[in-house]
Design a protein around this ligand. Structure first.
Ligand SMILES: [Zn+2]
Length: 443
């Protein structure tokens, strides 16, 4: 009898790992296109949200916009028994810092933190941008509605806050509106520096920049495609780490790339109708986004955005020219699509915030041996571990094995030379940490 019971329970545990969490589907269903439309409309209605624009008016300019965002976060917090810590994080950027800072300006981010119950100092971040611009990057007075760039990302962040504030998580979540993006990524730089000063352990940032356009300048229309940009390895890696990569691999396995793969996998699992593309680069060719300053600080960070951009509708003066309606106006935003990408963010924030920490010390061995061997340091809160591997040419972790609650394992008959490997930690509800690429050799 005892054996049968054990067998049943053991099976159940293994079974539970491979199942989905129904709360994740509830989160997808709770995201509202109507609320996102309302918020994008409000943000575009501030006329301009240029970083250097008016801060006194209550109806126009970036001051009005950030006060409104803060009050939205506070309203959400009231509805969840004060579950959010809402504040401004700001830095003075002096005139002449670059040619887009034509006067001294306080770059102000609006931050809302939902504290985790188990690992309060570990943070996963979702960001959008507050600021906007038109053709002349230094024109801070004319209308710059920035409906897609980037009221869409900001509204998505507010909506994810509303939905996720109904739950409690093990890790902390930061929802943030960043400013100063168009003037030189100043808001992200400020918050990344603040995180370092505070000693926050940043799991990563999901930076949303333009999540509302489905009609590409290339003629493609799709409300299912989106892109996940990630750099291959951190810019902060040491010369020793760079040299080690020649012999042990890891050219396309940095921490941001693992975060990108995680988002890709969660989306494929829970929203299989969506079409995420992993883009193997930091950002669009020669262009920037607010995940970069986090990468610069050594944190994992990715950019989530539409696949089919329309360049006549970003950074443009509002005008008609040769029959083309230029300008980043409300009419060009697809709110149902912004809702889908908001859901992509929300389910990934939830999965990561419910998961145990990523294993930190993962060793790999198997040189001139028939099997690959692994060992790792136990993770607090993990009920088991999963070894992932893939062909060296594959972008995704295609093979995996649950190996139970152990700290070493041998994959029999899997030759180390022919694959890349990684290890994740699994929590009690089946949520998984990011995958850790091995960082030392075991003999
Ligand atoms: Zn922009």
């Amino acid at each position: 009898m005892k054996n049968i019971l054990c067998l049943a329970l053991c099976c159940l545990t293994t079974w539970a790992w491979s199942q989905t969490d129904s709360r994740i589907y509830d989160i997808i269903d709770a995201v509202s296109a109507e609320r996102i439309e309302k918020d994008i409309t409000t943000l575009a209605g501030f006329g301009t949200r240029h970083t250097l624009s008016d801060t006194i008016s209550n109806t126009r300019g970036i001051g009005a916009a950030r006060r409104w965002i803060k009050s939205e976060f506070e309203t959400i917090s009231q509805d969840c028994n004060q579950c959010l810590d809402v504040f401004y994080q700001k830095d003075l950027v002096e005139k002449g810092t670059n040619n887009r800072i034509v006067k001294d300006v306080m770059v102000v981010n609006v931050v809302a933190i939902q504290k985790g119950t188990k690992y309060p100092n570990r943070y996963i971040i979702m960001s959008g941008d507050i600021d906007s611009r038109i053709s002349d990057p230094n024109n801070f007075t004319d209308d710059a509605p920035g409906a897609n760039d980037n009221a869409s990302g900001m509204a998505g962040t507010l909506e994810a806050t509303r939905v996720l504030s109904k739950y409690q998580f093990d890790n902390s979540i930061i929802y943030v509106g960043l400013s100063g993006e168009e003037q030189g990524l100043f808001g992200g730089k400020g918050l990344a520096a603040h995180a370092k000063e505070e000693g926050w352990e940043i799991i990563g940032i999901l930076n949303n920049d333009m999540i509302g356009n489905i009609t590409g300048v290339d003629g493609v229309v799709s409300n299912r495609d989106f892109r996940i940009f990630s750099e291959p390895v951190p810019p902060t890696e040491t010369e020793k780490e760079r040299k080690a990569r020649r012999f042990y691999g890891g050219e396309v396995d940095g921490i941001s790339r693992q975060l990108a793969r995680y988002v890709h996998k969660t989306t494929k699992t829970y929203m299989p109708e969506m079409n995420p593309t992993l883009i193997y680069r930091l950002d669009r060719f020669g262009r920037g986004g607010h995940h970069r300053p986090f990468n610069d600080a050594g944190f994992a960070g990715i950019r989530i955005m539409e696949s089919h951009e329309n360049y006549t509708q970003q950074h443009q003066d509002i005008r008609m020219e040769n029959g083309i309606a230029y300008g980043d106006v409300l009419e060009h935003v697809n709110f149902e699509y912004a809702k889908k990408l908001t859901a992509v963010n929300a389910i990934n924030l939830a999965s990561i915030a419910w998961a145990p920490p990523t294993p930190q010390e993962v060793g790999i061995g198997g040189i001139v041996e028939p099997s690959a061997r692994f060992s790792w340091k136990a993770v607090e809160g993990a009920v088991g571990y999963k070894i992932y591997w893939r062909d060296t040419t594959s972008p995704t972790w295609d093979y995996s094995r649950n190996v139970g609650n152990v700290t070493e394992f041998t994959l029999d008959g899997i030759v180390i030379d022919n694959y890349f490997f990684g290890v994740s930690a699994i929590g009690k509800d089946g949520h998984e940490s990011l995958v850790k690429f091995p960082n030392h050799i075991i003999r």
